[in-house]
Each structure stands twice: as structure tokens, then as C-alpha cells.
Design a protein around this ligand. Structure first.
Ligand code: PMP
Length: 364
């Protein structure tokens, strides 16, 4: 007897980065923020009245939706919130794509969850290759035969950005298609298309509190777009789970939005660190793609990425290695604090010098 559905039996789930509990690692593998959330978040949690947990939260998350709307100069009708942007993105699939239809287009090298959701919701995938240098092929997206598309910008795991004029051309050339832009990392560059949601009724922007707001553990993400798109998402949400954002998380996210000074300072710090360590990695033989995100995508000119990953882990430094076509030569390294990045450099220098010594002794 097999009690599992055909999809459950056949799907290859998304592999989240490791969250090992066995020892303390320097965690540069899941693009978390190395700095704590703003002080208002801690005050909120300390002052939270536990008695309130006996009641369900507001199913519309009105306080948070209102705050997000204000941040983007929109109406609350243009905002949808969820349990992390993964949940918001997952809900986009049944909201905007049909099982029998032209499908969802996305790049071959991008956030690997898109293909899992397409499979899960039985929606055809239209996979569009990036260029040899992982550049976004705007022409191919513009002409793609699909019901709609998801573009990750900045892209993961490359950190590269698509040109704003190219994105506008795609949106304008395809008014009958939904264009979803996953802006999980957009706060680390100046590439957001959030200002365009009032201009384009077919544009939906998805964002998260996990990275730039240091709230990966609170699970909160949101979408902004035309009211018709947002109402569609609400219909799907209310057909799955009415209470996706819990009381604590809603309050935490509201507090995070109230401190833009702290937010900007942390984001600036990460960008500064990113540029310093991109150069330092280049100095020790890495080819580092120019990053617009809170991580670096880098390939060493002598040592295999799988070997570096393994040796780094042995030294207590976790980075991400994808065992996948096109990217298996690369490591994705999250930007940590200066101390964490120095520990990474120290470990890498040791691995590289050990490798050189080994080669030398083999030659002798
Ligand atoms: N989009 C991209 C491109 C990501 O890398 C991530 C983080 N894994 C997410 C969305 C989801 O983030 P969260 O669910 O924490 O909001």
C-alpha cells in the first residue's frame, strides 16, 4: 500500500542550506544577516504579553500591511504578507499559473525553489538559459512563450543584476503576462522595481525581512502589486491557511520597519564588507562575480569548489556549494561580520597554502 500522492512520491524537494546543530560554525551559507535585528525588535519581544497568544492573530495582518504600504507609498490594498517570502512565492504559483497553459518562465541558473514549486503545483516550466557569464538574457525573456515569469533580481546564487530598462521592456512588451520579480536581495543594491508597481498592473514584487532586516528566524515576506494580483494571492492564502503571520512576527516586522536609520547602517556595512572581501578573495586566486547582494559567488583558479567547501567545513566555516550543472565550480559565500570574514580568509589561506605544499612535495 502506498499512501503518498504521485507528486509526493516523485518530487525532489528544495534543499535548504545546512543548519547544523553539532558544533558552532561560522555560518556563511544561507545568506543570513550577521547583525542583530534593530533594538526595537528586542524591546517588543521583551514587552510582549504572552496572554495575547491565546487568540488567533489578525488574518489580514493590518498593522504590518499598513506599515509596508507606507514604506512603498502604496495603499494597503497593494500589499500581501506571508510566512517568509518562500511562502509568498509558493502561493504565486497556484495564483498566477495554470496546470494546462504556457507555464512559468525562469532562468536556468536562479533560485532553485522555482522549479520545485512548478513541479509541486504541476505547472509547466519554461527554462531560459543565462549567458556563459551568467548574464540575464532579456531578449529571450521578452519573447518567451509562457503564462508569466519569475525573475530573481539580484539573481541568486550569482548576485548579478538585470538592467532596469531591460526589465521595463519585458514588462511593457508582455502586458498579458504576470512578471514576478523576487527582490530578496534588492536592498543590497539600487535595483528595486518596487516603484513601478503602480505603473504596471502585471508587475508583482516579492520581498523579505530575512536578509536586510536580519529577521530570517521570524519568517516574514511580502508582495506588492496591483490590487487584482493581491486579491488573487489572498484568495489562495485563504484557501490554504488564514493565519500565516503570527502575532509575534507581525509585531517584530512592524518594529523593524520603524528604524530605517539602523536598517540603512547595517545594509551599508554589509555592502562595504562585500567589496573589501571580493577584492581580498581575488588576491588569493578567486574569480569573484560583481555582487549586488549580501553574498559573493566565487570560483578558485586552482582548487575545486567541492574541495574548498569540504576543507572549510572541517575548519568550522560553512559556505554553500551547489552540486549542479554550470555552478559546481563556484562557492556562494554569505557576507558575515568583519571577524567572520577574517576567519574565512584565514581558513582559505591555510587550505591554499597546504594545497601548494602538497603539490610541491608530490613534485619532489
Ligand atoms: N528568494 C530568494 C532568491 C532567496 O534566496 C530566498 C532565501 N533562501 C528566498 C526568496 C526566501 O527567503 P525567506 O523565505 O526567508 O523570505
Amino acid at each position: 500500500m502506498n499512501y503518498l500522492s504521485k507528486i509526493c512520491r516523485s518530487i525532489q524537494p528544495y534543499m535548504a542550506g545546512e543548519q547544523p546543530q553539532d558544533r558552532k560554525y561560522i555560518k556563511l551559507n544561507t545568506n543570513e544577516n550577521p547583525y542583530p535585528p534593530c533594538p526595537g525588535v528586542e524591546e517588543f519581544i521583551k514587552g510582549f504579553d504572552c496572554d495575547r497568544l491565546k487568540l488567533y492573530p489578525d488574518p489580514n495582518s493590518t498593522a504590518l500591511v499598513t506599515k509596508i504600504a507606507k514604506k512603498h507609498g502604496l495603499s494597503p490594498k497593494n500589499v500581501f504578507v506571508g510566512n517568509g517570502s518562500d511562502e509568498v512565492l509558493a502561493m504565486c504559483f497556484p495564483t498566477f499559473f495554470d496546470k494546462v497553459g504556457d507555464g512559468v518562465a525562469y532562468a536556468d541558473v536562479t533560485y532553485s525553489f522555482y522549479k520545485v514549486w512548478a513541479k509541486m503545483f504541476e505547472i509547466p516550466s519554461v527554462v531560459i538559459p543565462l549567458s556563459d557569464e551568467f548574464r540575464f538574457d532579456a531578449g529571450a525573456f521578452k519573447q518567451a512563450k509562457c503564462q508569466g515569469m519569475i525573475i530573481c533580481n539580484p539573481n541568486a546564487p550569482t548576485g548579478l543584476i538585470a538592467n532596469r530598462l531591460d526589465l521595463m521592456a519585458i514588462i511593457e512588451a508582455n502586458p498579458e503576462k504576470i512578471i514576478i520579480i523576487d527582490e530578496a536581495y534588492a536592498d543590497f543594491c539600487n535595483c528595486s522595481m518596487a516603484n513601478y508597481v503602480t505603473k504596471y498592473p502585471n508587475l508583482l514584487i516579492v520581498r523579505t525581512f530575512s536578509k536586510s532586516y536580519s529577521l530570517a528566524g521570524a519568517r516574514c515576506g511580502y508582495a506588492i502589486g496591483d490590487e487584482v494580483l493581491i486579491n488573487g494571492l489572498k484568495t489562495v492564502k485563504d484557501s490554504i491557511n488564514s493565519y500565516t503571520v503570527d502575532r509575534l512576527t507581525e509585531g517584530i516586522a512592524v518594529k523593524a520597519l520603524e528604524n530605517s536609520k539602523y536598517f540603512n547602517a547595517q545594509v551599508d556595512k554589509i555592502i562595504t564588507t562585500r567589496e573589501i572581501y571580493a577584492d581580498k578573495l581575488r588576491e588569493i586566486g578567486f574569480n569573484v562575480l560583481p555582487s549586488s547582494a549580501n553574498f559573493l559567488f566565487a570560483k578558485h583558479n586552482e582548487i575545486k569548489a567541492s574541495e574548498l567547501y569540504y576543507q572549510l567545513k572541517k575548519q568550522g566555516v560553512l559556505v554553500r556549494h551547489f552540486n549542479q550543472a554550470r555552478v559546481d565550480d563556484y562557492l556562494r559565500i554569505t557576507i558575515g561580520s568583519d571577524n567572520e570574514m577574517e576567519a574565512l580568509m584565514k581558513a582559505l589561506n591555510k587550505i591554499i597554502s597546504d594545497a601548494k605544499t602538497n603539490v610541491k612535495s608530490e613534485e619532489e
